[in-house]
Write a protein that binds this ligand. Sequence first.
Ligand SMILES: Cc1cc2nc3c(=O)[nH]c(=O)nc-3n(C[C@H](O)[C@H](O)[C@H](O)COP(=O)(O)OP(=O)(O)OC[C@H]3O[C@@H](n4cnc5c(N)ncnc54)[C@H](O)[C@@H]3O)c2cc1C
Length: 409
Amino acid sequence: MAAERNWARNLTYSAPIAHPASLEEACELVGRSARVHALGTRHSFSDCADGDGVLVALDRLPMDLEIDEQAATATVGAAVRMGDLGQALDARGWALANLASLPHISVGGAVATGTHGSGDRLGTMSSAVRALQIIGPDGALREVTGDEVAGSVVAMGALGIVTRLTLAIEPTYEIRQDAYLDLPWSAALDRFDEITAVGYSVSLFTRWRGPVERVLVKSRDTEPPDDLFGARPAGGRIGVAEIGVDTKNTEAGGVPGPWWDRLPHFRMAATPSVGEELQSEYLVPRATAKQALATVHEMADDLDAALHISEIRTMAADDLWLSGAYGTDAVSIQFTWRDLPDLVLPLLPRVEERLLPLGARPHWAKLFAASGVRLRDHYPRWNDFERLRDLRDPDRTFGNAFLEGVFGA
Ligand SMILES: Cc1cc2nc3c(=O)[nH]c(=O)nc-3n(C[C@H](O)[C@H](O)[C@H](O)COP(=O)(O)OP(=O)(O)OC[C@H]3O[C@@H](n4cnc5c(N)ncnc54)[C@H](O)[C@@H]3O)c2cc1C
């Protein structure tokens, strides 16, 4: 069998991939495997989804959407893609609070790495999780509710194979997107808090040189501003900086549309982002965000040859132990790198040298250089997660090289 690769093709999986046809088959497979790890839609750049035994993709299991209107929750198969879930929820009058830039990713994979969109008052995708159903190392299913949820959501597959998730939902709504061009950097830094507050979800796209090229404002119940601190409205349909072309990007230009078709930047039917790329991302506490932006801005010339574009987003604090937004409102600084590992990889420790002292936490699904030893102090519940892992997977059935790099053996 040919070895299979991740979406970015920077990683060849070390293990064969199994696609069990039923929940029973998945449980039986896990129960008889010495090493097994969950795989979603393969959109991670890091090797968090790799393994040395067998990889389990639940993409043959049904979405099986159950809505509890009283509790305002939806329970759904972990392998469903965010975009498919969005349309299914909308058809029944419901919505999620936010989405990431691409709808192609699985719900299970997204929440396992702390995937997020943007919005000052919106949590990460992971923060929508209320309960999980997980296959443990013995192949038995367990329901995770209550206090253990906070430790089990952002877990990179370390605690088992998540089969179903219960997510917070709300009545469906519409969003409009408006783009603004050429925000002066001085305004981006001086008025950052006001800029990110102008819409339901705001993203800044920059190459760190010259002005901030695009600001994308997604509005829910408010009108977007005519002028954005010196940036001018772009009008019409517009791509996400150099990444975008019309067919790739969701509709902007102020046309309201369903939440699931406006909150992501990219359309389900198209290749998201550039396609030939690597990515890194760091979440910094809101309190140090301006310093973090200013210090990366100083690196503009060094980053230039390696960079397609950066996106800056915001998110509300959550209580998930390994989340980038644990205990603090956060600002994410993302890098869509050119597919040039020789240029990109040496830059990561240099970026981290500046951002880690400001409390940065890396996006687990993207490329980063820091070891777990360096990162553990950034997560107040790190030790609790290690204890939970010892309890739920004492023999490291779900271990892989990524987890060993982060947590040790
Ligand atoms: C073009 C592009 C754009 C992106 N945009 C964003 C963005 O806007 N915001 C953002 O935060 N991230 C973004 N990402 C990163 C992406 O959200 C993460 O890589 C996410 O984890 C991908 O989900 P996946 O289904 O592909 O999971 P995979 O990459 O297959 O797996 C990721 C992790 O989830 C675990 N996992 C998967 N399924 C399960 C399961 N059923 N049970 C237990 N663990 C499981 C895996 O073991 C692994 O640790 C982007 C990535 C790409 C390629």
